[in-house]
Design a protein around this ligand. Sequence first.
Ligand SMILES: [Zn+2]
Length: 234
Amino acid sequence: MFTRHRTKALFLKKTNQGETNQVFTVYTKDFGKLKVTAKAIRKIKSKLKSGAEIFYYSEIEFIQGKTHKILTDADLIRKFRKSLPQMQIAYKITRALDDLVKGEEEDKKIWNLAIETFERLEHNREIVYYYFFWNLLTILGYQPEVWHCVSCQKKLIPLNLYFDSGRGGVICKDCFTMQKAGKEISPETIKILRIFFKKRWTILSKLKINNQYKKSLAIISEDYFAHILKANTI
Ligand SMILES: [Zn+2]
């Protein structure tokens, strides 16, 4: 007989397969990221429907089939899909989780971060995504240097600073002049990154971030994301 595995799971992605099946990418508490096939879920009477849907947090049961894992049960704990802005941010979180986390491996730190992030989505704030993104990178060992120049090691003075994804952190003006690599980053954006790394959610939740710094945060995050993805595919 097949062993039945039970665990808590966040439903991240789904694709249709054949006439009635769906394949879900889930992040689980005990097995890390998995793909599970929900057989006949698109049939009206499927009992899996109530617990298996994107951005659902459920307790699931699955068995390891010959070629893939089969979802046999899904009991809904909570839905993290309430409004459109919330879903848009949830998609971004999912993309980071799916692209950056490889393999089926239990990781309680990632699990806790994912759950606390989805719970904070109630606030509908984009900052929740960035908090997740930078802390996920930290868990995966990619936290950039934001206190000293990553090139010459001097303590950063909050003026004329640049973020160099290739070197993995902030560089000073002198190093930027020599290396000509990096994107301008404001001292305020660096401060926000530091708050992420210190996991000061209470401060962050009260912070009013103006559009200029939001834009800067978006540019730096995308640039670093692309860099990490590229580095991992070589
Ligand atoms: Zn320097």
